[in-house]
Design a protein around this ligand. Sequence first.
Ligand code: GTP
Ligand code: SPV
Ligand code: MN
Length: 607
Amino acid sequence: MTTAATSSAHASSSTPPAALTKNPTLLKWVADMAALTKPDKLVWCDGSEDEKKRLTEESLAAGILLSLNQTKLPGCHLARSNPNDVARVEQLTFICTPTKDEAGPTNNWMAPKEAYDKLGKLFDGSMKGRTMYVVPYVMGPVGSKMSKIGIEITDSPYVVLNMRIMTRMGKAALTMLGDGDDFNRGLHSTLDVSPERRFICHFPQDNTIWSVGSGYGGNVLLGKKCLALRIGSYLGKKEGWLAEHMLILGVESPEGEMTYVAAAFPSACGKTNFAMMIPPERFKGWKIWTVGDDIAWMRVNPEDGRLYAINPEFGYFGVAPGTSEASNPNAIKTVSHDTIFTNVALTKDGDVWWEGKDGPVPEELTDWKGNPWKKGAPEKAAHPNSRFTAPATNNPALSRFYDDPAGVPISAIIFGGRRATTIPLVMQAFHWTHGVYFGATMGSETTAAATGKVGVVRRDPMAMLPFCGYNMGEYFAHWLNMQGRILNPPKVFMVNWFRKGQDGKFLWPGFGENMRVLKWVVDRARLRVGGHETLFGWVPKVGDLDLSGLHVPSAQVDEATHIDLAEWKQELESHGEFFESIGPSMPRALKLQRELMLARIEATQRA
Ligand code: GTP
Ligand code: SPV
Ligand code: MN
């Protein structure tokens, strides 16, 4: 940290070091927020190494971070959140648009004035005795036309250290902002981490986010779900682009041909795993490159009429349980240094542990709550939504274009949910509108990434149900409307890695073996492999999916790819109910897609 910044760290005024910013709009807003929250100290974050070191030391001293074995895990630390605060809270997340209709039927709504009043009371004096950190950050490559600037004010050093990994944080953001007033205004206070005083409110019209009462993940790292998706989707609609809950990967063939794919799977349904996948032996010479693992911002490039994607994030906030050398070797390497672990278990020698990690289950651990744990105990040692925060640059499979201001051209879009029945391993849409139908009707079983019951099938359109910042029907209309802007639209697919057999076990081995499906997707997108036309979309012809070297009985693969008419009739029934629930904003083009499928079923049954 510079000398000037250090002195400001201990000043009680809201003046930043002159070298950081003189932006009058920003200074006024920070002063207003400081007047509201009344911190003892105010620190402008510059993103430097010194600052990281100082905050880490302070956090260790305060018990906010716990030290880990620095020989095994250099630069890594452990954080434990309040046990009542371990996931996103959808019931306490609000879209605060002038009218309820703008937020639509799938969002919780609060009138802006009511929300500002209610949260304003909670923020009043909330930082007394605490330090206020001003965290400037860029979502997207610094200087890119596709990027957005945010400022998060927070009283949590854990948030600052996470934002430093997850975003381009610090001085660069202020330089990019200059004297402009186009930045997201994020205000966060952990208060007393009480669920009764926990609210995550978004004001799309004001480009503002107010979050209180939580210290966890998507509730508080405001650049991620709040800005990059909820506010982002609203801006995307307004400005003609897409903000999506999608990973971005590049598939490189042995000949060096590169194809970029974006894929939307709901929370804890495999984005990070897919984005870092290592192809199986059979696909020697093929390589997967990670551009992003959670969020994609996509715009049409007028020069070639293609959709280009950037990853607005700079790190991964990934699910720890299930991450192993077998499932995701690249993630294991990614979290081997300079990583913050949240709510994982701790071994005797200061290593981290979670269910599904490599090696034998340790005899004794300290569980995610800090309690002693013994092998065989009924409770999980790591929380099912325990996470790692790791820099993208730790990933051995990081694409060399991850920081490219122009983004990467997308050839295929994949929608996938966690479905025990009905949905086949892979299917391609007939055309863009049909592809939007695939996304709009996605269903998935709920996971531990949000509080609430796990394992219930709910419609999660485009994996955006918890993240769309405006009316879902209008969002579908925006997707349909994008076709007119994209001269060369990506081909659209649905996948399901999670279908189960009679025995309740997954039919498809998943993980690296998903390369076999991805290869078909790439070949279809490049118009060089056949397909079999079903009533509901294109599926691979017998022999088109390369299954050689796959140690799975072919009958099992048949079951994973099977389309059952009776199940699909029920599925379409459920799509109809969902469309009804959207109300008058539900686009007719999607309703007609459904009717067309029903008519096709009828026609085949009559024949
Ligand atoms: P968020 O960060 O919440 O958005 O999750 P994500 O979509 O990135 O999911 P992630 O890749 O972290 O995977 C979540 C869980 O799904 C992990 O426990 C994985 O073990 C499991 N999973 C991922 N890919 C597959 C797969 O191909 N097959 C099966 N059966 N499970 C998978
Ligand atoms: C998700 O739930 O989709 C996540 C984790 O990526 S969080 O940042 O908590 O939203
Ligand atoms: Mn996610």
